[in-house]
Structure formats: C-alpha cells, structure tokens
Design a protein around this ligand. Sequence first.
Ligand SMILES: [Zn+2]
Length: 257
Amino acid sequence: MSFEIKSRSDQPEKSRRFEQYNDVFGKIKRKTEQIKQKYDAENTEMDSFSPDLLPTNERPMMLSNDVYADYQRILRLTNENNAEYNFLWLGNRRTLDSQEYYSIEKVITLPQPSILERSSANPLEKIEFYNSTNEHDDYDVIIDGHSHPAQEPSYNGFDQLPQPLIDELSLRKPGENYSINDLGTYRLLLESKIKDKTIIGSVITYTGELLTAVSDPNDNAPIPTTIRQIGAEATDDTIILPTSKFDEEKSRRFFEE
Ligand SMILES: [Zn+2]
C-alpha cells in the first residue's frame, strides 16, 4: 500500500481544513510584515516565527528509544558541523489511560546525499521517497523535520532588529524559532494530502528543543498547535525533552487582531 495523493475535489472535508490553514499561514506572513513596517525593519531579511505563539496541543508525544537515539544523533551532528540535517520519523496515535498521545516509533533512513542535508532538500522529494517505500504501512503519523544550528547565513541581520519588534513577535534567539519558510514547507506537506495521515512539521534546535507544528485532521484546528510535552524512553527512565513555552497573551494578540 502506498499513499494516495488525491485532488482537492476528491476530499472536500480535508480541503476546507487546508483552506483554514492557508488563511493562518497568510496571516502569519501578513502580520509579520506589518510588524516589521511598524518598526522600520521592512528591509531586514528576518523571516522568523516564534514557536511560543502556537497554542498547546493537548496530546503529548513519546519517542521510542530508536527515535530518541536519532534525535541525539541529529543534535550532535548539528552542533559539531554547524549545519542543518533532515529527519523523517513515523508513529501512531495511541491511547493510554484514556490519554491520547503521539507515539513516535520508527526512523526512516534518508537516501544520501540528495535529501540528507537541508541545502538540497525538497519536502516533496522526501514524500516521494517515502511513497516509494513500504515502511509506512503500519503508521499514521509522519514527522518531517530538520535541525537549526547556532549559526547560519540566514540569521545575519538578526542582531540589528529593534528590541520592540523582537518583543512583539516573541522572537527567541536565532536558531530557536521557525522560519516562515519552514511553515510554508509544512503547508506544502499538508496540501500533498497524504491520505489519513497526521503530519507534524518539526525542528530540532541546536539547544535540543523539539519544535512541533501539528494541524491534526481529527482536530480540524484553524491554527496549527504545538506539542509541549515530549517524553523519550531511555533505559529505565522517561526523559522529558525541553519545549517552547506558550505565550498566550501575545499569541491571542497576534492571531486575533
Ligand atoms: Zn528551518
């Protein structure tokens, strides 16, 4: 079995969800531009969006030992080489004691070198690769991700941003935010209409945070949410990874005005 890529007219219900998401995506870009103008920063290259502005998804995420080892590997490579790395993980929605959670269980080894490094990565190329394997048959959650190193040419100019702009957008340090481009990539993946799968767009920051944007088909959420409790099974204990902190007031101001 492989994914079915369907045209928009085949799936009216999902299409509505994507349109809602497109509205949100457009709003993020528009609002960011407005705020840049307000602080005379139109000409800066800044295209960051704070994970703190995404509301909390009630479902926690649990990583298997294999996936946790891959997380550690990517974090190490990112910091050793100061470069971005891609990853693709699979999982399932599960329930434990009536608590639903995302169980992330499987690491897909990406073919080298074409899509291992971000510089040559195209998200649809990853999906194409994914479709060509049978490894996804037993999984209904896809985590498409890449890492953010501490230093990057695209962070240039961040130091010159006015502090009130940084405050208004809740921006964190370079490498600890999504880029607006990352959200665009995530929207592309949602639009690929991978049938009945939950797609999570993810970033591992150089500091070890696992940022997660999820627009769950079962939630029909107009705003993508983020998972703030991420546990990893390691030896006998469960390790909780650091995650972003929801800034409710600033989020409401950003999305509702
Ligand atoms: Zn990124």
